[in-house]
Design a protein around this ligand. Structure first.
Ligand code: C2E
Ligand code: CA
Ligand code: CA
Length: 621
């Protein structure tokens, strides 16, 4: 823009007008002399001759100056003959040669069109031709080729030069090289429409492409598919490997996606770890699904990063035109809603959008808001479920289980909000609150003479991945005065398997403080027994699903029995969860299980009920 404006300012005034001015000046002098009378004619003629000579000198000087100005101009100046067919070139300055690569001898007398050789079909040239025919001014942008073939951009100003009868006999053309400005503009344009990290189109370019695809689809009634793909747990990967490695993985993921789709399909990056696929020519759901499956499979292949194998997966949601939306916004929004559903159903998978999902999405949004509010309004509370030593029958500890006392929905169990808190990151402040409240309660009970009760606290994956976790736990123990050995952290197998190295390091740090570690829901995750040895855990919690089937299903009973002996071989304590019946209790006693937790002994209780229960139980014993 700047260049353009400067160019226009600098364009010299019409050379003809300067000459006209000078001529008028000379004529004016003659007239003035005549008026002064003829008496002093002789002397005056002498004066006049002197004056005219001076005028002429000035005119010649002015002409020379014009010529020098044209010659030394940094911009190309060309004079063409308007009266001859083809508008032949009759004058060029040295800048012309620098710009076009042609010397004067190559162009003088040749038609102006010569300069547009090979690039003669562009709007600027048509306008220039019309202006020449109509004898008017023109200002155009052209992309031309130098004599050596190099392409460049220029702005050209065409001005007619009229004679005293008002007839255009010449045109003057000023040309300015704007290649740098154009390249800069193109780079800016690229930046505005592409994601800098992966080079993929961004949200802006994507919206355009969807609009274009929809315009075509409307006329031939063909479907258009939009799939939103979000990498699973990518933030953890980024946190643990560092942002540089994270960036490399994102780039590679982008490349793989691009390679997995067709040449006319689009892969855009629209967020940190969110990508959007746009594809046509897939007649139905099954063809669209095939494309998305292929992309997910491409991501799921292990990545090599820093000599390490890194596993990434993605979850995708698909929306199709015309069924799921008629514009870019609603297609992307619906695909996103379906993507969240894919995440909920276990990740590394895809879902097609269904209108019923929309209500759920709104409900979820409202839920997130409500959860934020609940933290400030102190609507969360902890309930405690006793853990009983099977040998002595004594309550030796309790698991803290969160509850949300919602003003309208009543007391809510964690299943209804923990996953959402995980997804939105709210679990971090919430989990910190749980840890603090649980430790504080346990310390209070210890001081109140309830004995060395141990408190078990559940940790979500997000919290466990936080590098500041050991420091946080140390701080909470210090604050509350709870001995580290009275705190047991419950981790799930899948959480530990996300990044084994990191998990082991964090677990060691916690163990070094004296904190106990347990594997929750054992048997439902990877259940790799060889891995079990690698993790510095103290306790194994047999999942409720096995305990429930004791006595009903022989293989479950056998499994429980095997888990107990295996744990003991590894030096671990065993807790059976979800014990609801006397039969289950007896079976576990018979197999040497250490502890039990379940409705048979007690449901999770409010703090004051728990305290009363423990005191009464102790008196009864
Ligand atoms: P979990 O860690 O496996 O907790 C045990 C769940 O089983 C609890 O459900 C408990 O009420 C229930 N339960 C205990 N005994 C029995 C029984 O005999 N029969 C049956 N059918 N169920 C029994 P709850 O309190 O709804 O918690 C569900 C899950 O929510 C927990 O599963 C845990 O994964 C998560 N959770 C609870 N509190 C927290 C927390 O503070 N932080 C995090 N991150 N997750 C939590
Ligand atoms: Ca638990
Ligand atoms: Ca459990």
């Amino acid at each position: 823009m700047e260049l353009k404006r400067r160019g226009r300012d600098r364009a010299p005034a019409h050379p003809e007008s300067a000459l006209a001015l000078l001529t008028r000046l000379a004529l004016g002098c003659v007239a003035a002399a005549y008026v002064h009378g003829r008496v002093q004619r002789t002397r005056l003629i002498e004066d006049l001759v002197e004056q005219r000579t001076a005028d002429l000198d000035r005119t010649t000087e002015a002409l020379r100056l014009h010529q020098r100005a044209i010659e030394s101009s940094a911009n190309s100046v060309t004079l063409v003959d308007a009266r001859s067919p083809g508008a032949p070139i009759i004058l060029v300055n040295p800048a012309f040669t620098r710009m076009h690569g042609y010397g004067p001898e190559e162009v003088l007398g040749r038609p102006l069109e010569l300069l547009a050789f090979g690039v003669d079909d562009q709007p600027g040239l048509h306008e220039l031709r019309n202006a020449i025919v109509e004898g008017r001014e023109a200002h155009v942008l052209l992309q031309l080729r130098r004599k050596d073939g190099q392409s460049y951009f220029e702005e050209a100003y065409l001005a007619p030069i009229r004679n005293e009868h008002g007839v255009t006999d010449y045109f003057v053309i000023f040309e300015y090289d704007v290649t740098t400005a154009k390249q800069y503009e193109a780079a800016l344009e690229h930046r505005a429409r592409h994601d800098m990290l992966t080079g993929l189109p961004n949200r802006v370019a994507l919206a355009d492409r969807i609009d274009r695809a929809l315009a075509f689809a409307r006329s031939d009634a063909a479907p258009v598919w939009v799939a939103v793909l979000d990498l699973d747990y990518f933030k953890h990967v980024n946190d643990s490997l560092g942002p540089a490695a994270g960036d490399r993985l994102l780039r590679q993921a982008g490349e793989r996606m691009l390679a997995a789709v067709g040449p006319t399909d689009t892969v855009a990056r629209t967020g940190d770890d969110e990508f959007v696929l746009l594809f046509e020519n897939r007649a139905d759901e099954s063809q669209a699904a095939a494309t998305v499956s292929k992309v997910l499979a491409a991501i799921a292949e292990p990545f090599g990063e820093g000599g390490q194998r890194v596993f990434l997966t993605g979850s995708a949601g698909i929306a199709g035109y015309p069924g799921d939306g008629g514009d870019a916004d609603s297609l992307v929004k619906h695909a996103q809603i379906a993507m969240y559903r894919a995440k909920e159903s276990g990740r590394n998978t895809f879902r097609f959008y269904l209108p019923s999902m929309n209500e759920r999405a709104l409900e979820r949004l409202a839920m997130v808001d409500a959860m934020r509010h609940a933290m400030n309004a102190e609507e969360f509370e902890l309930h405690y479920q006793p853990q009983v030593d099977l040998a002595s029958g004594a309550v030796i500890g309790m698991e803290a289980l969160i509850r949300w006392s919602h003003p309208q929905l009543g007391m809510m169990r964690p299943d209804r909000f923990i996953a959402l808190a995980e997804e939105t990151g709210l679990i971090v402040p919430l989990g910190t609150w749980v840890l603090r409240a649980a430790c504080s309660q346990a310390a209070t009970w210890q001081r109140a003479g309830l004995g060395a009760l141990r408190i078990a606290v559940n940790l979500s994956s997000r919290q466990f991945r936080d590098a500041a976790l050991p420091a946080l736990i140390a701080e909470v123990l210090r604050e509350t005065g709870l001995p580290a050995t009275s705190l047991e952290i419950e981790l799930t197998e899948s959480l530990m398997m996300e990044d084994v190295e990191m998990a082991v390091a964090t677990m060691r740090a916690l163990k070094a403080m004296g904190v106990h570690l347990s594997i929750d829901d054992f048997g439902t995750g990877y259940s790799s027994l060889s891995y079990l040895k690698r993790f510095p855990v103290d306790v194994l919690k047999i999942d409720q699903s096995f305990v429930r089937d004791i006595g009903q299903d022989a293989s479950s009973s056998a499994m429980v029995s095997a888990m107990i002996s295996l744990s003991h071989e590894l030096g671990l304590r065993v807790i059976a969860e979800g014990v609801e019946t006397q039969a289950q209790w007896d079976y576990l006693v018979g197999r040497g299980c250490d502890e039990v937790q379940g409705y048979y002994f007690s449901r999770p209780l409010h703090g004051r009920d728990f305290e009363r229960m423990v005191r009464e139980h102790r008196q009864a014993a």
